[in-house]
Design a protein around this ligand. Structure first.
Ligand code: IMP
Ligand code: MG
Length: 180
């Protein structure tokens, strides 16, 4: 897999050090409220595992699965939910975890559905990566690991056609891989 990567953006240790900081902040911010985490699979799987083990507060965890990419490198524009119902979060303080904030459509759709179908006490967004670009939907993250430029990245949960999720670091995929 390494030979398909043009350059490394964040080494594993860099990611984990940043997660120490994010988790410390979340631990502080939720000192007086119990946290309900909703992780968006599959991209946030390693992020979820490494971040949540660093949060020193009780929390409950639900996962949902959505897709908007359908295999390419450009968002398809429609967000499909794989579950018919969302987790029960009435009155809960929800923190949504996702791998990357790109066009904003996925998180926008999740927040819209959550607010329409449940009555959470609060909703915050935590992403590992935030792409520096104009978003299609107005959406900001409350917590973000790293800002990156508008390039297609893989690793540490992020995929191209379901591959590269298990790379321990985050890197830019060679153009020839997705233009071939
Ligand atoms: P959105 O465009 O903000 O809705 O992001 C949708 C999803 O696209 C993210 O949760 C990722 O799964 C995927 N995605 C966006 N940018 C990248 C990337 O650079 N690499 C891999 N997946 C990405
Ligand atoms: Mg994906």
């Amino acid at each position: 897999m390494d030979q398909d990567i043009e350059r490394t953006l964040f080494h594993e240790q860099t990611i984990l050090s940043r997660l120490d900081e994010l988790a410390a902040q979340i631990t502080l911010d939720y000192a007086d409220r119990e946290l309900t985490v909703i992780a968006v699979l599959n991209g946030s799987i390693f992020f979820m595992a490494d971040l949540l083990r660093r949060i020193q507060r009780p929390l409950s965890l639900d996962c949902i699965s959505v897709s908007s990419y359908h295999g390419g490198t450009e968002s398809s524009g429609t967000v499909t939910f794989d579950q018919t119902s969302l987790p029960e979060v009435n009155g809960r303080h929800v923190l949504i975890l996702d791998d990357i904030l790109d066009t904003g459509r996925t998180l926008h759709a999740i927040c819209a559905r959550l607010n329409a179908e449940a009555h959470p006490a609060s909703v915050r967004i935590c992403v590992l990566l935030r792409k520096n670009k104009q978003r299609d939907e107005e959406m900001e993250a409350d917590y973000s690991g790293f800002d990156i430029s508008d390039e297609f990245v893989v690793g540490y949960g992020l995929d191209y056609q379901e591959r590269y999720r298990n790379l321990p670091y985050i890197g830019v995929l060679k153009r020839e891989i997705f233009t071939a």
